[in-house]
Ligand binder design. Sequence first.
Ligand code: KIV
Ligand code: ZN
Length: 516
Amino acid sequence: MAGDKLIIFDTTLRDGEQSPGIALNVVEKIEIADQLARLGVDVIEAGFPISSQGDFEAVEAIAKAVEGPTICGLARTNFADIDRAWEAVRHNDRSRIHVFLATSAIHMERKLRMTPDQVKAEAGAAVARAVGYTPDVEFSPEDATRSDVDFMCEVLQIAVDAGARTLNIPDTVGYTQPDEFGRLIAHIAETVRGPDDLVISVHCHNDLGLAVANSLSGLTNGARQVECTINGIGERAGNAAMEEIVMAVRTRDDVYGIKTDVDTSQLARTSRMVARMTGYPVQYNKAVVGRNAFAHEAGIHQHGVLTDKRTYEIMDAEAVGQSSEIVLGKHSGRHAFSDALEKMGLKVQGDTLNQAFIRFKELADRKVQITEADLEAIVSEELGSGDDAWQLVDLVVAGGTGKTPTAQVEVRRNGDRRIAVEEGDGMIDAACRALSAAVGIEARLVDFKVSSVTGETDALGDVTVQIDADGRRVSGRGVSTDVVEASARAYLSGLNKAVRISGILEDSPTAGETGP
Ligand code: KIV
Ligand code: ZN
């Protein structure tokens, strides 16, 4: 009988990072992993170590630096993958290897070009190899929901017999429906024999918008691990959103009767951090962490909430960390500033702290109330840029009715200072062209989004862009009370990311290998 503890397996840094345009560097990944540990997740899937040198280094760095959660590395069934995954995760006291192999006919025939017997043999050998390194081995039959159920159960049994202690059932293409998936999980729980501590896990994608519903159905039917990502980011339409699952089981304890160790008051901050670093914004009406998730517009609702919040609220905004507590103002000094950052769990030191403090002072001159979200936004921009990135020193734009918009930019990297002037279709276009000219990278803006960090008229403008640079799609983010400056910062952060990825790939002996 499954117990009442639900294991939260976060795959933001692996499946989430497979979203188009997301390319986090090692520092950003460690920062997210630290925050996930603070949030109280049980397992962090930190990456797919064989896929690139950058991924290997990130998983290894997280395994060395992050305490608390189990650190997991993904591997295909070939021994090189498994050995590499172990090499990366072995530094942590708690490390897991996650081995996957497809069991659906279409994947076996068209992708793997393997017979069912070969799949069985390979699954057993791979799990045995991983168990040679650690007892904490997870096995996933990829595309489980389009697999022949009896065959898949045979493969699962082989994996358990070889020593796997977690069986993860992926709905790889987001195909299944809640009732059907629940029945599948119940069938596996009845059919596959294993030790008492064998855990069944669910991993659902959101192609039909059912990832959370399907995951919950799996939990009702005996699964005790859920694989999910912050904000539901992931391949194509994404993975199941952790914040929704955690709050569903907490709010409806009467239905699920299971508990997580997540500190839910960290959910909003984690969501903002992931949105900021990935460049994937959170929709305003997103459940739990969207800006409007606790906003009441209709008069009748407002009246009800003022009388008793429970009339229209099923969760407390504070319970998920959604309160815009004012932290600092114009007269706050450096000490108060770094103190506030520390309380928020942001580790900022040296030059980055100096730069962030300058940005904070500039902002305090333009904006009366500075919230946690504002601080996070400016500090993360400074943290994200790193020492070897191009910095925006100066931006001057000019234009007007009947005049050609022009922009002059000055950028700096270490001792190198460059100035460029360009014209454009608008001031933002001119600024982007000038930045490309100064940095020496041709790029094309493919997506541009602007929103505000908070709700006031003097709010920080928050710009996320996706650019094609050097044949690579990358995202960038910038904040400023001036939208043209925020756009320039976002564009420059995208250019910096493109430079960084090119550097990593050039260094990588396994560059170009495919993901799952
Ligand atoms: O969706 C999927 O099948 C995966 C596996 C690697 C578990 O991400
Ligand atoms: Zn997946």
